[in-house]
Design a protein around this ligand. Sequence first.
Ligand SMILES: Cc1cc2nc3c(=O)[nH]c(=O)nc-3n(C[C@H](O)[C@H](O)[C@H](O)COP(=O)(O)OP(=O)(O)OC[C@H]3O[C@@H](n4cnc5c(N)ncnc54)[C@H](O)[C@@H]3O)c2cc1C
Length: 356
Amino acid sequence: MAFLEAQTRISTLSARAYMATICDNLSAMEMLTRVDDHGARISLADERSFADLTATNDGLDVNARSATEQGLSALKFMLGLQLEKVAASEKPEVVWSGHGCDLDVLPGLREMRVRRFADITPHVRRITLSGDNLARFDSDSIHVRLLFPPAGLEKPEWPRPGKNGRPSWPADDRRPAARLYTIRRVNVADGEMDIDFVLHEAPGVASDWAKSVKEGDLIGLLGPGGRELATAQWHLIGGDETAIPAIARILERLPADARGATFIEVEDERETQSIPHPEGVSLTWLFRRGQKPGRNTLLADALKSVSLPDHRDVFAWLGAEDAIAQTMRSYWRNELGLNRAQHLAVGYWRLEKESV
Ligand SMILES: Cc1cc2nc3c(=O)[nH]c(=O)nc-3n(C[C@H](O)[C@H](O)[C@H](O)COP(=O)(O)OP(=O)(O)OC[C@H]3O[C@@H](n4cnc5c(N)ncnc54)[C@H](O)[C@@H]3O)c2cc1C
């Protein structure tokens, strides 16, 4: 296998201590780490991307290797951040050399134009974006970071590759606002991508943009990122309307003989969508009917009412308001004893305190 490589080094007298802390931090983030007195290896879950750290008396060397562009930039991003964090008191200057360091544009950045849009329910608008070279977005990574430039700029400015492995953002007055969304559908041949926007009541950059969108509007996009589902014999899936695109993509990827249960919370019948799902995975809609989004117990009650099969080869997934995600994460972990690989509860949005 051919590998892409990049290297960096920081000068320090504390290389071994820093290396141990980086390994602790990254293993808590479920990256594989192997460490001995002088060196460590850190591997991403894809197992085709890894970095060797070597501690010497006067510095810490990092050699990152990956079979893919995305793997290498993920390693550079994470390790650059870790080096700056653990050695913060020494203010290290992290500068990568090697593959990808002469790039002028971030590999995952695309400028997209609105091709068309349609309301698929009263509160969900499907916006079809067009752009070039979308092959990398047709993958198991289903999320993108949408970039909304501030109003009034003659020419939008996007983040660029930074020497430290992280994007370097424009100054605050020109910096685009970033929000995470899910690719509902991508068609590489036609150069288009669908994103379903929940049009929520409170003002918000993304929702407001979607409410007033026009054909031809320009938006930036970074990604893709995020994997949602581990494979198991039985799946428990839950979410509110912001997670419908992710749930639909999860369900369409399950094998036809998959088993499990899905619960989706929306306002009322008018917000339901047709979502293909395997016969053995039930799909139940939960209706708020005026209860506050993000501060009701519909979803948590429904998910908690499910008895998991005895074989315990299960995977539980949730995308919803942050407090609900915290409740379910703690329930699955502490009450049901699911391990980290068996559950993922993600805060898809956060109810602002003043609107509670
Ligand atoms: C991995 C991931 C994937 C996501 N995919 C999608 C997607 O495909 N489609 C989608 O619509 N959303 C998706 N979201 C959720 C979306 O990023 C948030 O709703 C985001 O806050 C919207 O940004 P905003 O600028 O409109 O509002 P913000 O500026 O973030 O918030 C402004 C105000 O709006 C309120 N608010 C924000 N979202 C909601 C909501 N959903 N309901 C009610 N009030 C809200 C906040 O409490 C706040 O008061 C995803 C989130 C994650 C983490």
